[in-house]
Design a binder for this molecule. Structure first.
Ligand code: ADP
Ligand code: MG
Length: 144
């Protein structure tokens, strides 16, 4: 038996992302935490698909973020894993990925703490994914 907050494979984690997406409003920011391979990108992929993205969703590894046109407005997917080394960069580096109409998903939000105040950007949810053995992942969603 799976706990309600557990998934047993990537498809189920995508569905969990889609379910969260249905609750979001323009301007909402969703922080997505978890170890490498925990399923952050998988979760965001499900959310972005549900919001109208039809192209492939992969982790923005070589850029800090990617922008998409969703059915109801702009969407952003950020991965801040490498941000710690970018503190000397333009402090406006992340600005294109946030806005009053943009729904933004942020992997590795912990990396941003010294550079930008994500808390000031309209954080609506903080999702934490964890390995739970094999293909199982637990998903905790905080914030309402
Ligand atoms: P992250 O972005 O957290 O590093 P990814 O979503 O890129 O993680 O990768 C998760 C990997 O784990 C994928 O290869 C995916 O197929 C696999 N996987 C296995 N079980 C699950 C699950 N229950 N949820 C999400 N991903 C899973
Ligand atoms: Mg990822």
């Amino acid at each position: 038996m799976l706990a309600p907050s557990e998934t047993d494979g990537p498809e189920a984690t995508e569905r969990a992302g889609a379910a969260l997406a249905a609750e979001l409003q323009p301007g909402d920011v969703v922080l997505v935490s978890g170890d490498l391979g925990a399923g952050k990108t998988t979760f965001v992929r499900g959310a972005l698909r549900a919001l109208g993205v039809t192209e492939a969703v992969t982790s923005p590894t070589f850029v800090v973020g990617l922008l998409y046109d969703g059915d109801a407005g702009p969407l952003a997917h950020l991965d801040l894993y490498r941000l710690a080394g970018l503190e000397d960069e333009d402090p406006g580096l992340l600005d294109p990925y946030f806005g009053p109409e943009t729904i933004s998903f942020v992997e590795w939000p912990e990396r941003a703490e010294s550079m930008v105040e994500l808390a000031g950007r309209g954080v609506a949810r903080h999702v934490t994914l964890s390995h739970a053995g094999g293909d199982r992942r637990s998903i905790e969603v905080r914030g309402a």
